[in-house]
Design a protein around this ligand. Structure first.
Ligand SMILES: NC(=O)c1ccc[n+]([C@@H]2O[C@H](COP(=O)([O-])OP(=O)(O)OC[C@H]3O[C@@H](n4cnc5c(N)ncnc54)[C@H](OP(=O)(O)O)[C@@H]3O)[C@@H](O)[C@H]2O)c1
Length: 289
């Protein structure tokens, strides 16, 4: 298949291009390329790109991902996450490409207290979550051949993310304070990329959850990460969300269960999060325990 990836220079996009390239002819697009430069808020440019490339499928990763930034800049959030996504969805439909649109656990309010399946009702608490949900709804109405893939707590080797920031601060001997009252699942971008490859294998369109297995708080994640890297987990102090300065309300419990992948026998690529974290640490040369 010929697959075009938007946001290809981002954290997920870079791993996705590498992993999908094992099976497909992959073209990377985004504000910074690598193969084509496009701003998804320019609908005409998005249509022209898809007309030129004629992909069989598009994996749409480009987004306004700065959650606090979205809260301060709702216009920007809706312009990129809703209208930009609509431009991609409309262009996919026009050229007959299937669309994989990446979405988020932030569409949920975190009140359920048990893992969320694809059949639970969204209720976002933040502008980021609401703008991504608006993007999902536009995808559903504009491009029938879609897979909406919700994921959470992403980290990988490329770009800024939580484990790389924790390791950097621990190495610098800085104080670490991490919230202990938000629970989710850390998800490795390489595992998510493999799950997306599995989802693309069958024409079963609709909404999917794709995250590593298990659950942990951000504080528990940081402590286990430090332990596995051979550092003292005691250097990270648990705090409550109220003690962390942020304009964004976040779900307290947003574990995503990949129920549709389970029902279709394709969930095996989503390992327990500690196994995925071990591979990540090994790949960056930091695995000790
Ligand atoms: N990170 C997480 O924990 C997480 C959790 C759940 C869901 N997601 C979703 O997963 C996807 C990938 O996230 P990520 O963490 O890999 O994000 P990322 O590293 O911030 O990458 C996003 C990419 O989108 C590009 N982009 C932003 N605005 C654009 C525009 N107007 N036109 C074209 N490209 C644009 C960015 O380009 P520039 O580099 O030029 O800014 C960047 O390359 C997103 O849809 C995000 O909502 C992420």
């Amino acid at each position: 298949m010929r697959v075009l990836v938007t946001g290809a220079a981002g954290m997920l996009g870079r791993d996705l291009v590498e992993i999908l390239s094992e099976q497909h002819d992959v073209i990377g697009a985004g504000r910074r390329g690598p193969d084509h430069c496009v701003d998804i808020t320019d609908a005409r440019a998005v249509h022209a790109l898809l007309e030129a490339v004629r992909p069989d499928a598009v994996v749409h990763c480009a987004a306004y991902t700065n959650v606090d930034g979205c809260e301060r800049d709702p216009d920007g959030a809706y312009r990129v996450n809703a209208l930009g996504t609509a431009a991609v969805a409309g262009a996919c439909h026009a050229v007959g490409a299937a669309l994989v649109a990446i979405s988020t656990d932030f569409v949920f309010d975190g009140e359920k207290g048990r893992p969320y399946t694809e059949f639970d009702a969204p209720n976002p608490l933040s502008i980021y979550g609401a703008s991504k949900l608006a993007g999902e709804e536009l995808v559903r109405s504009l491009c029938p051949r879609h897979y909406i893939v919700r994921t959470q707590w992403l980290y990988g080797e490329h770009g800024k993310n939580f484990p790389l920031a924790i390791l950097q601060r621990a190495d610098a001997g800085e104080e670490l304070r991490v919230v202990s009252d938000q629970v989710g699942v850390p998800t490795y971008t390489r595992d998510l990329s493999r799950a997306i490859a599995r989802i693309l294998e069958q024409p079963l369109y609709g909404t999917y959850h794709a995250a590593n297995r298990g659950e942990v708080s951000w504080h528990g994640f940081a402590a286990r990460l430090l332990e596995m890297a051979g550092l003292d987990p005691g250097i990270v102090r648990p705090i409550s969300s109220d003690e962390w300065p942020s304009p964004t309300r976040r779900p307290a419990y947003s574990v995503l269960r990949p129920y549709v992948l389970e029902l279709t026998g394709r969930a095996e690529v989503l390992r327990p999060w500690e196994e995925a974290l071990a591979e990540f640490l090994e790949r960056i040369g930091r695995l000790r325990a």
